[in-house]
Design a protein around this ligand. Sequence first.
Ligand code: GDP
Ligand code: FE
Ligand code: FE
Ligand code: FE
Length: 197
Amino acid sequence: SMTYQQNIYPGSRAELIAAISSKLKEKRFEHVLRVEETAITLAEENGVDLEKASIAGLVHDYAKQRTDKEFVDMIKKHQLDPDLLNWGNAIWHGVVGAEFIRDELQIYDEAILNAVRFHTTGAAEMSPLAQVVYMADYIEPGRDFPGVDEARQITHNDLAAGVVYQTKQTLSYLVQKNAPVYPATIATYNHWVAKKQ
Ligand code: GDP
Ligand code: FE
Ligand code: FE
Ligand code: FE
């Protein structure tokens, strides 16, 4: 087990785990532990800071179980983009979730907060840490969807190729079910997947 050496979170990994598990249902918390484990492996493979991978993996879904009202209040409190009010939990728990992590867990590391903000939609510009969290969430061992083994193989071979794969699959899936596509999801697709004319 890992003892944090940097002061990114003002406590031990065990204390962070206690704070997170108190806010999540058991199934979601187990997912979070698997994302941490996968994020650490991807970090080792890609020369990314292991403590940041651990912390970002653990906190990425920290706000997933908040009410719509809590998110709306947080969007207003921090004067975030008013367009966010047109979206819902799927988008909010990352983009707005980062503010809960700042306020409640006292984690101020912007690389970690951006990894959380981008974990659902990706972003045009993603640090290696953000790519690690985006991919760990997608391929953690509990995931079971057609293509997940291919996604795992591609990602462990080439992290950025994994980002391309997930981004294309997710946009296809959203279009296939007539779901609204968040602008950042389109920006991610245009940057990582599209062949520019
Ligand atoms: P989690 O581990 O279940 O929290 O996984 P994610 O945070 O990656 O995704 C949460 C949900 O957001 C999934 O159901 C995705 O399909 C969905 N999602 C991702 N991008 C978009 C988007 O652009 N628009 C919409 N409507 N949903 C999206
Ligand atoms: Fe999520
Ligand atoms: Fe994801
Ligand atoms: Fe997740």
